[in-house]
Design a protein around this ligand. Structure first.
Ligand SMILES: NC(=O)c1ccc[n+]([C@@H]2O[C@H](COP(=O)([O-])OP(=O)(O)OC[C@H]3O[C@@H](n4cnc5c(N)ncnc54)[C@H](O)[C@@H]3O)[C@@H](O)[C@H]2O)c1
Length: 464
């Protein structure tokens, strides 16, 4: 089966970049990305490509090339579903904040809404692709909704989890290590898997496209994120030990990473991982293990989150202790708010939790981030509900000038590894600050010797 029209439900950090890449690599396929949010769709259609709702290196160039030709962004969800032979579901699946599984299970409300919408609209056979990250066996629920409320048309469900990392999404999509396609082990399931595979084969070698049964595919995505996050928590646990023993976490990482059985990736110690996926997916894995009575499995993976929370808390506590046990009324500048460099995404960013802890101590925080707007910073803090929105705005300011921010600051905390921070005139920053001038480098971005030579009291995570 040759796919000519694709619909993608969900125009977020996955739907937008993924579909832009498919459209750019498959000019013969018409791709329509739909979303309930008119505001988001309007931004995807904005004439100024710097206003796209997702910032990713290389993304605006792809959108410029394809938008209005074979890539469309729309709120006409029903029309796009009706016309497409293949429908990707790429909506958000956050951790539940209510009811059974609160704080752990994935909230599948959006997924169910999509399934019901497809069932209502579809008049011809459809291949429905789970692009969102979902608990294992979700395809069964989707199939049941589609088969019981549909118009008698045939639905094949595929799992095709997305492995892109924000900040390098376009490159990750164009040069994917692998694409995973799970589907039913039946002739129709095989045909659907091959139809999706042939789309990716437009730019990826066939041997990188793995086909599995649908449950392995769903579970593999959760497991991949759990393994990646586990590496970060493992090295972060060692960073605390390094600080006590005069070992240097960078040297330890290098020493173990040279072992080809271990490998060097994901061994950078930091203030803790963030992003919309790692925590949510591990909590979901924990919940699933518990629901099958596998308590030891659940406890094992939960420790990855516990260690990550410890790392964020430890960083904030170290700031307070070092600043003579009080930060009340002290100006602490945050360089970076995004959860990592080269993205404007702030979900679960370590900066939010470090700020929250310091605001509890009545610090005065000034935030500079090259891509995150003021409204987002306040939305992140308000969402925690720790204090009133008014108090958040009184204690924390967001600025556009990093040099200006440093004036009369007691300390600077580096929370995101933006490249531009490395190039700053740190001598001038030092002169701007109150003395002693402290830097707390949560990303191991700067050179200790250089910073100390300038005069800073410099703390680098994982180094005494
Ligand atoms: N962000 C990542 O790096 C990443 C990577 C791999 C996988 N994932 C997974 O991909 C999925 C999407 O993540 P995201 O970061 O793109 O989320 P997102 O919040 O950026 O985007 C989701 C979009 O879906 C829309 N939406 C929700 N319900 C809808 C409905 N019923 N109809 C139409 N639109 C609807 C929302 O308005 C939103 O714009 C999640 O399951 C996530 O776990 C994310």
């Amino acid at each position: 089966m040759k796919i000519k029209k694709i619909c993608c439900i969900g125009a977020g950090y996955v739907g937008g970049p993924t579909m832009s890449v498919i459209a750019s690599q498959c000019p013969e396929i018409q791709v329509t990305v739909v979303d309930l949010s008119k505001e988001r769709i309007d931004l995807w259609n904005h004439s100024d490509l710097d206003k796209l709702p997702v910032y990713e290196p290389g993304l605006k160039e792809l959108v410029a090339k394809t938008r209005g030709k074979n890539l469309f962004f729309s709120t006409e969800i029903d029309t796009a579903i009706d016309e497409a032979e293949m429908i990707f579901i790429s909506v958000n699946t956050p951790t539940k904040t209510y009811g059974k599984g609160k704080g752990q299970a994935a909230d599948l409300k959006n997924i169910e809404l999509c399934a019901r919408n497809i069932a209502k609209v579809a008049k011809t056979n459809k291949i429905v692709v789970e692009k969102s990250t979902l608990p294992v066996r979700t395809a069964q629920a989707i199939k049941s909704i589609l088969d019981n409320t549909g118009n008698g048309v045939d639905f094949e469900i595929l799992s095709n989890p997305e492995f892109l990392a924000e900040g390098t999404a376009v490159d990750d999509l164009l040069n994917a290590d692998r694409v995973l396609i799970g589907g039913a082990e039946t002739p129709k399931g095989q045909a659907a898997k091959d139809a999706l595979s042939s789309i990716y084969e437009n730019w990826l070698p066939k041997d990188r496209i793995l086909q599995t049964n649908v449950w392995s595919s769903e579970l593999s995505k959760l497991v991949a994120n759990a393994f990646l996050a586990q590496r970060v928590s493992s090295i972060n646990s060692i960073s605390a030990l390094c600080e006590k023993t005069d070992a240097n976490v960078a040297e330890v990482s290098r020493a173990i990473g040279y072992d080809s059985r271990i490998g060097s990736k994901f061994l950078n110690s930091s203030v803790g991982f963030g992003g919309s996926c790692f925590q949510k997916d591990i909590l979901n894995l924990v919940y699933i293990a518990q629901s099958y009575g596998l308590q030891e499995v659940a406890d094992y993976w939960e420790q990855v989150i516990i260690m990550n929370d410890y790392q964020k808390r430890r960083f904030a506590e170290n700031i307070v202790t070092t600043l003579y046990n009080t930060v009340s009324g002290k100006k602490i500048v945050f360089y970076g708010w995004a959860f990592k460099k080269d993205t404007n995404d702030t979900r679960e960013s370590a900066a939010i939790y470090v700020a929250d802890a310091l605001l509890d101590e009545k610090a005065e925080i000034v935030v500079y981030d090259p891509k995150v707007p003021e409204a987002q910073v306040y939305a992140d803090l308000d969402y925690l509900g720790t204090r009133s929105p008014e108090e958040n705005r009184r204690l924390l300011k967001v600025v556009n000038d990093p040099m200006e921010a440093s004036k009369k600051a007691h300390a600077i905390a580096i929370l995101t590894e933006w490249d531009e921070f490395k190039a700053y005139d740190w001598k001038s920053i030092y002169e701007n600050m109150l003395k002693p001038a402290f830097i707390f480098d949560g990303r191991r971005l700067l050179e200790k010797e250089i910073m100390e030579a300038i005069g800073f009291d410099y703390y680098k995570i994982g180094q005494s």
